[in-house]
Design a protein around this ligand. Structure first.
Ligand SMILES: [Zn+2]
Length: 313
């Protein structure tokens, strides 16, 4: 379940060559692991989507179907998503130091709006936002200046062509005592290993890097920030990763994520009977998915990584 700005190709600038690790810049060679759709760097452990998509390929991958104006999910899905964003804003609002918040990869601006409702100054940034909007600026992160009490990458970092450079710029925008919050899929999670090339959160070509907790923490610390919290449950998307993966194991490999989307927001057309079958498979898989989620979170290899890091005051 990728909840992100479709077009956070903030990075159209200076795309790294396809032969390099998009995380650490290592030139791919012998010891790197070639997998379907990605190459895992022997140096940093992060996988880079391979082949590396062109801007045109990414635009196609984020076509209108991905985030139609009328919403992505069937039934109450979009309302549930908005509520989840409001709950997230409330939780983060308590944890973050007072002052303005910047949401990188803000998409439709739900999170920034939820912060504003809580009385906090907030701005989303997304280079492909339709137009400047009170909650979302159509700009790249590099175009943002000022000082921010908190900067949030909520499942957006993995969409960037130059994720480490983005983190480096974000660190320069943090006020003393300010907090960087990052949530990304955990490429080293139990669910990533269990489902391999069918893991929901691989999401190639939209996800350009497939990050591990070690690699993320190491870069954040290299920016001079102190990591105060690493969580494998706060980043969300754990249960759905298991549900989706288990459902792909049913005969015919139904796609649960497509099944819960509106017909015009699906990657592939799905007949009503097959869609019902996918949804029923999701219900059947729920007990196992719940148990697997609890276990992987308890073993610190949950499907998402959440990191909170603070700049010294
Ligand atoms: Zn690397």
């Amino acid at each position: 379940m990728t909840a992100i700005s479709p077009t956070l190709a903030y990075s159209r600038v200076q795309a790294p060559p396809a032969s390099q690790c998009a995380w650490c810049g290592h030139e791919f060679g012998g010891p790197d692991e070639r997998l379907t759709g990605r190459t895992r760097c022997a140096q940093c452990g992060v996988a880079t989507t391979s082949p590396w998509p062109s801007d045109a390929q990414l635009s196609a991958a984020y076509g209108d179907w991905y985030r139609p104006a009328e919403g992505r999910f069937s039934g109450l899905g979009d309302t549930v998503l908005r509520r989840m964003r409001a709950t997230l804003a409330t939780k983060l609002n308590r944890a973050l130091p007072a002052g303005p918040v910047l949401d990188v990869g803000a998409g439709d601006g739900n999170l920034a709006r939820a912060f504003k409702k809580l009385g906090r100054e907030a701005l989303g940034v997304d280079p492909y936002a339709a137009a400047n909007h009170p909650d979302v600026r159509a700009a790249r992160l590099e175009d943002i200046d000022g000082q921010w009490s908190a900067i949030i990458f909520w499942h957006s970092l993995e969409h960037l062509r130059q994720p480490v450079q983005a983190l480096r710029h974000a660190a320069t925008l943090l006020a003393p005592g300010g907090v960087l919050v990052i949530a990304v899929p955990n490429a080293a999670s139990a669910q990533a290993r269990a489902f391999g090339d069918r893991w929901l959160h691989l999401d190639v070509p939209r996800h350009l890097v497939h990050i591990t907790p070690e690699a993320l923490v190491s870069v954040v610390e290299s920016l001079g920030l102190t990591v105060e919290r690493v969580s494998y449950s706060r980043g969300g998307q754990v249960l759905f990763g298991w549900l989706h993966g288990l459902v792909t194991r049913f005969p015919g490999h139904p796609d649960l994520y497509d099944a819960i989307r509106r017909p015009d927001a699906r990657q592939a057309a799905q007949g009503p009977v097959f869609r019902l079958y996918a949804l029923a498979a999701g219900v059947a898989a729920m007990p196992v998915a719940l148990a697997a989620s609890v276990i992987e979170v308890a073993r610190h290899c949950g499907g998402s990584i959440y990191v909170e890091a603070r700049r010294a005051s």
